[in-house]
Design a protein around this ligand. Structure first.
Ligand code: ADP
Length: 295
């Protein structure tokens, strides 16, 4: 089974065109949807999750028409939204039990087993009787995953899950996601390149509502090898470099500015070749798109 998005478009009433004919094929496994803030990721995620309407286009989950058969989609969907609010004065265990009831697990014993197993899985079993209000950001996100997993969903959507998590919590969250990503379609929407590098077997980059790249992270990186060059410059010279070269990123290192430039050959002898990574792919695609727009 796969998720097929075809020519999906959405313009909000304020005139913002959030999705412009987006087409994507998303197979089983972890899929990274990468893009800067405002790219249209949440709009796309909410549309797939049947929470908002598109203006045109179609989405199919296997044989299911997602935009029309909303109830069927909701039965196989697990969704962790960007803003996942929790009731502070209820324990993790009772809340999961409640959500399991809402998701249709009527049998009490079965529900207890499901909740127990999920709490183990997301490593919150020890704190199951603590109120959700006492949980750290990472614990809340893991709780969010537990609730999304109730009922064995075939499609899981996680929207910006690692924003605000410290490195250890992020790592724990990554491990959890990669465990569940094997037999399910998991869409991870994020603006953090590292999340995708570490986790995803396929991906897309969206910018200004359009898909600017899609495929397998390793192939996208491979296509850029030999074309990225580095140089350390004075910050004051930056505008000049922006004029002269296809600058894809700048980074401050020990008080100096390091630039990455995209070029089929060495721009001049002062540049050194760089082993391209997914961050270079991301910035190359994003800056290309942004430049087209500002011309
Ligand atoms: P992302 O999740 O990638 O940050 P969004 O899908 O939230 O992007 O937003 C895409 C664009 O649509 C942005 O320009 C945003 O301001 C706009 N937008 C999002 N939601 C609404 C809304 N409900 N009404 C009007 N504009 C919106």
């Amino acid at each position: 089974m796969q998720l097929t998005i075809s020519n999906l478009s959405k313009t909000y009433t304020n005139g913002v065109q959030a999705l412009k004919s987006v087409s994507l094929t998303i197979p089983r496994g972890m899929f990274g949807l990468l893009g800067p803030n405002g790219a249209g990721k949440s709009t796309l995620m909410r549309t797939i999750a049947t929470l908002q309407e598109a203006d045109s286009g179609s989405i199919r989950l296997g044989e299911v028409d997602v935009l029309r058969e909303k109830t069927t989609v909701r039965q196989v969907l697990g969704y962790l939204p960007q803003e996942f609010g929790v009731y502070p004065k209820i324990t993790a265990e009772s809340m999961l039990d409640h959500i399991a009831t809402l998701k249709g697990i009527a049998n009490r014993k079965e529900r207890k087993e499901v909740v127990e197993a999920l709490l183990q899985k997301v490593n919150l079993h020890q704190v199951r009787r603590k109120n959700l209000g006492t949980f750290s950001g990472g614990m809340k996100q893991r709780f969010g995953i537990a609730q999304a997993l109730i009922g064995n969903p075939q499609l899981i959507i996680v929207d910006e899950p690692t924003a605000g998590l410290d490195p250890a919590e992020r790592n724990r969250f990554h491990n959890l996601l990669s465990e569940i990503g094997e037999n399910t379609i998991v869409i991870l929407s994020t603006h953090i390149v590292e999340d995708v590098t570490n986790l995803c077997s396929s991906m897309a980059i969206i910018c200004l509502g359009e898909v600017v790249a899609q495929g397998n992270p390793a192939s996208l990186v491979e296509a850029l090898q030999g074309k990225v060059w580095r140089r350390t410059i004075d910050k004051a010279d930056l505008p000049q470099y922006q004029q002269m070269y296809r600058l894809i990123s700048t980074q401050l290192k020990a008080g100096k500015t390091q630039v990455h430039v995209l070029s089929d050959f060495a721009p001049d002898s002062s540049f050194t070749p760089v082993e391209a990574d997914l961050e270079d792919v991301y910035f190359a695609k994003i800056t290309e798109k942004m430049n087209v727009v500002t011309v």
